[in-house]
Design a protein. Sequence first.
Length: 277
Amino acid sequence: MHNERSNDTDLSAMVSLVELRNRIGYVYGSEDTCTLFYAMVRRERPVNIVELGAGLGVTALWMAQAVKENRAGRVWTLDDASHWQDPRQLRDALKPLADVERFAALARDASSYEAFMDQVIKLLDLGDQTTFMKRHIDVAKEEDFTVANYPFLDRPIDFLFLDINRTPDDILDSLYLFLPHLAEAASIFIDSASTSVSSYLFLEKLIEQLNRSKVPRRFLLGKSPERQSALIDLVAQRKFSIMHLIEKVKRAQNSMAWIRVEPNDYMPHPQALMKWV
């Protein structure tokens, strides 16, 4: 029996990514998340990955390396740099990289957050797989949510990472905007939502309601009749599941809610080699 083989891992590239993970991954609690999503991207082969909230880019870069090894896809990572207005604060955060030869100049000379992101993407030779956008996305302003402003909307989104406000209102606003732009089978990851009591309880109830084809009132209050109609059809034709990924680590960013959206079908999606016995 012939089994298709996954592409090889680039061990030389992994050395630099591991250094990045070990030295600055802890700043946003990404040191384990990045390796988890590297493996998921290698396994599921998403081609359009969107991350709202880049942090220091660790998770995005690990996913971009996975995309590169898969030989298809792109990671779009967005951040408004609000945490890094002071270049001195950024250089302090990057100090652990200073004694790694490949990153020494980057850690020493980082003049702005945007420059750091552009330079580290180039340094790791991931420019063909990664697009960084310095931008604040206001999920309440649907009129700004266009392909012209967000080029990743020109094709369905396979993986969506939301590392923004995680209140129930913000989650609903985000789903209102993004659900019509998801691939037929897609995943949404909401950072820290599973260890916020209000968000955890809200998501449990929301998924239950969606699977009963109950459309949230928020979805019907938007400005676009086309989006409203698309959401009504989508809720009727999809099944939703949720898993809470919780770390046994005592820190603020210690969980992620994983929402899986799939066609309401008797077969798994995306389509795969099936065994009938």
